[in-house]
Design a protein around this ligand. Structure first.
Ligand SMILES: Cc1cc2nc3c(=O)[nH]c(=O)nc-3n(C[C@H](O)[C@H](O)[C@H](O)COP(=O)(O)OP(=O)(O)OC[C@H]3O[C@@H](n4cnc5c(N)ncnc54)[C@H](O)[C@@H]3O)c2cc1C
Ligand SMILES: *[C@@H]1O[C@H](CO)[C@@H](O)[C@H](O)[C@H]1NC(C)=O
Ligand SMILES: *[C@@H]1O[C@H](CO)[C@@H](O)[C@H](O)[C@H]1NC(C)=O
Ligand SMILES: *[C@@H]1O[C@H](CO)[C@@H](O)[C@H](O)[C@H]1NC(C)=O
Ligand SMILES: *[C@@H]1O[C@H](CO)[C@@H](O)[C@H](O)[C@H]1NC(C)=O
Ligand SMILES: *[C@@H]1O[C@H](CO)[C@@H](O)[C@H](O)[C@H]1NC(C)=O
Ligand SMILES: *[C@@H]1O[C@H](CO)[C@@H](O)[C@H](O)[C@H]1NC(C)=O
Length: 381
């Protein structure tokens, strides 16, 4: 007897957005008895197997492998930032509950420090109450003048998350597979391929990151240094007057320390450059003491570079595209099935991941309700 393939949701992409979305979809299906036979399949051309320094190649486009990463709220001054702010808070809440449940998945709650040569006016209004209300992060405190690094005029600290990004993504993939998720390694060349890659596909989630054909999408180049530093247990970010950045992000769980970094929109250069590398190392020198753990000796640790990293943040004018596209209805996709788009997270993919994933699940719920109404004929939606 031939076993029929269960109704299937295809998720394109195994970055932090595809993985979080796939897990949220599994939860949605688990909570709906009428969907107990459904399955989720991730289709991707790259997978989270990155150990920087080991010979496992990843393309510069696979953003989730290169991220620092930390959670760093941005004052919500635009519609896009307000939406991202809500996603960030949802993500923080999810991180809190993951940690509480004892999940060891590359997440560390730790102190974060931000300092500015010239803070924008949006920071003036910030208080401990407003900061916590907007981000879900506790412990906000402004730094005193004596505590500020040389050349900076304003700063604050709070409790935030550092994420060992390759490790975290690997853990999410393991969770997905243990929960019954399936995987297919493939490079999709056309939209239709997603709906035919396995049988009985009901709809597709497009978490392809930088995507492959949206003119609003562009890369923000990030040049960072992965070092062997182990003496840091806080993350610090410095914003300079000329628009440059310096940061230290510990990668807990034996991942060393990230020293960064650049944010260069529309810059397609693939290779690290030695001038930037030197500048980043020099400029971070003073910040090291702020990020050092109190238990480490006062003598600064001798750190060396394991790998110079260039990654591309998958940015999009107007921000993440989170919406359903119905067949035949628009220009950009000629899919025969509905597609839930979830790409273009820019420099914030980790910190907004669970908010976006919840949005995907919400859209999926509405799609499935329509499928139910049309008695399982999704193509007629
Ligand atoms: C240097 C640097 C530092 C960063 N720091 C932070 C930080 O501190 N905090 C933070 O929140 N974010 C940070 N980011 C941003 C974050 O990395 C991204 O926003 C996030 O990884 C985007 O995830 P994604 O799943 O959308 O895309 P990706 O991780 O790029 O995943 C896309 C997936 O789609 C697959 N795919 C694409 N096209 C196809 C195709 N045609 N066929 C099959 N599969 C396909 C890819 O193989 C991949 O699996 C940083 C990024 C960089 C580069
Ligand atoms: C602070 O920075 C200025 C200008 O960069 C420099 O001249 C001065 O020596 C620095 N002071 C300390 C204490 O590092
Ligand atoms: C996955 O597929 C890509 C091409 O789509 C190929 O380059 C790569 O080698 C495959 N990886 C594995 C583990 O099969
Ligand atoms: C996913 O989005 C990209 C835009 O970046 C687009 O080119 C691609 O066709 C979309 N995939 C599907 C299956 O709709
Ligand atoms: C991308 O979209 C353009 C039109 O916007 C179209 O001409 C082109 O064929 C598309 N390419 C792919 C790979 O889908
Ligand atoms: C750091 O390492 C370099 C080269 O490995 C060495 O020359 C230097 O003396 C070391 N410094 C300290 C403080 O250990
Ligand atoms: C990092 O590497 C340098 C040079 O090899 C070495 O001197 C230093 O002790 C290493 N640091 C740690 C924390 O291992």
């Amino acid at each position: 007897m031939i076993k029929k393939t269960p109704p299937t949701i295809v998720v394109i992409g195994c970055g932090v957005i595809g993985l979080s979305s796939a897990l949220s979809l599994q939860e949605l299906l688990r909570n709906d008895p009428s969907k107990s036979s459904w399955q989720v399949v991730i289709v991707s051309k790259e997978w989270p197997t990155s150990i920087p320094g080991a010979p496992i190649p990843h393309s510069i486009e696979y953003s989730s492998m290169w991220a620092g990463a930390h959670v760093r709220p941005i004052p919500a001054t635009t519609t896009q930032l307000r939406e991202e702010g809500r996603w960030l808070k949802q993500t923080v809440m999810k991180f809190h509950s993951l940690l509480k449940s004892g999940d060891q998945i590359g997440l560390t709650l730790t102190s974060a420090i931000e300092v500015f040569e010239a803070p924008g006016s949006e920071y003036n209004a910030q208080t401990a109450e407003s900061f916590e209300a907007e981000s879900g992060l506790e412990g906000y405190r402004e730094l005193t003048a004596e505590e500020l690094p040389n050349g900076t005029t304003f700063g604050f600290e709070y409790e935030s998350y550092c994420i060992n990004s390759p490790s975290y993504c690997g853990d999410l993939l393991r969770k997905f597979i243990i929960a019954g998720g399936k995987t297919i390694n493939a490079t999709l060349r056309s939209v239709d391929e997603a709906s035919t890659i396995t049988s009985n596909v009901q709809f597709v989630v497009n978490a392809s990151g930088i995507g492959f054909n949206d003119s609003k999408v562009f890369p923000i180049r990030g040049h960072i240094l992965l070092t062997n530093g182990t003496c840091f247990d806080k993350t610090i970010t410095r914003q300079n007057l000329d628009g440059t950045w310096n940061f230290i992000i510990p990668r807990f769980f034996s991942g060393g320390t990230v020293i960064g970094g650049t944010k260069e929109p529309h810059d397609w250069r693939r290779d690290p450059d030695s001038v930037t590398c030197r500048r980043l190392l020099d400029e971070v020198e003073e910040l090291k003491q702020y990020a050092s753990s109190s238990s480490s000796s006062s003598q600064p640790q001798n750190i060396s570079i394991i790998r110079e990293i260039v990654g591309r943040r998958p940015a999009r004018e107007g921000g993440v595209r989170l919406e359903i596209e119905f067949p035949g209805n628009t220009h950009s996709t000629k899919s025969k099935l509905p597609v839930i788009h979830a790409y273009g997270a820019g420099g914030r993919g980790f910190e907004i991941s669970w908010g976006v994933a919840d949005g995907v699940a919400e859209l999926a719920r509405s799609l499935m309700a329509k499928v139910d109404q049309t008695k399982g004929r999704p193509a007629k939606l």
